[in-house]
Design a protein around this ligand. Structure first.
Ligand code: 5GP
Length: 120
């Protein structure tokens, strides 16, 4: 997957489109999903240009990876999800249902989420 500078998260990072910010540091931006699929639905994105989790894992610096992972945990804690639990999802490519080609992690919580995938 090639990186598209016009993708919606690149625009959010450049401040061209507003977002409901939860957390920001040198490595990441976290904001609420515009179409929440759970009572709490946050997105965490790296500030660097990476299309998906594999691209990030293979090309990002160790500082970026550590910063990202720590930020995901911090955001979940700040959203009050730690005690009850929550789900982290990273969709990849066509079969994974990835819509936005800038790496992001979904943090979903606020209720019992049920099975990971619908039963066939
Ligand atoms: P994906 O399917 O790529 O894993 O997830 C993309 C997510 O981005 C979806 O959950 C979708 O609701 C969210 N999204 C798409 N456009 C916007 C936007 O403009 N603002 C925010 N906050 N979320 C968006």
């Amino acid at each position: 997957m090639t990186y598209d500078n016009a993708n919606i998260f690149a625009k959010i990072l450049r401040g061209e489109i507003p977002s409901k910010k939860i957390y920001e540091d040198d490595f990441v931006l976290a904001f609420h999903d515009v179409t929440p699929q759970a009572p709490v639905h946050a997105l965490v994105i790296p500030k660097g240009i990476y299309t998906d989790q594999a691209d990030f894992a293979l090309r990002a610096s160790e500082a970026e990876i550590v910063g990202f992972e720590r930020a995901v945990a911090k955001v979940a804690r700040e959203l009050g999800l730690s005690a009850a639990g929550y789900r982290i999802v990273a969709n990849m490519g066509v079969y994974g249902g990835q819509e936005v080609p800038h790496y992001h992690v979904h943090i979903l919580g606020g209720k019992k989420l049920g099975p990971m995938l619908p039963k066939e």
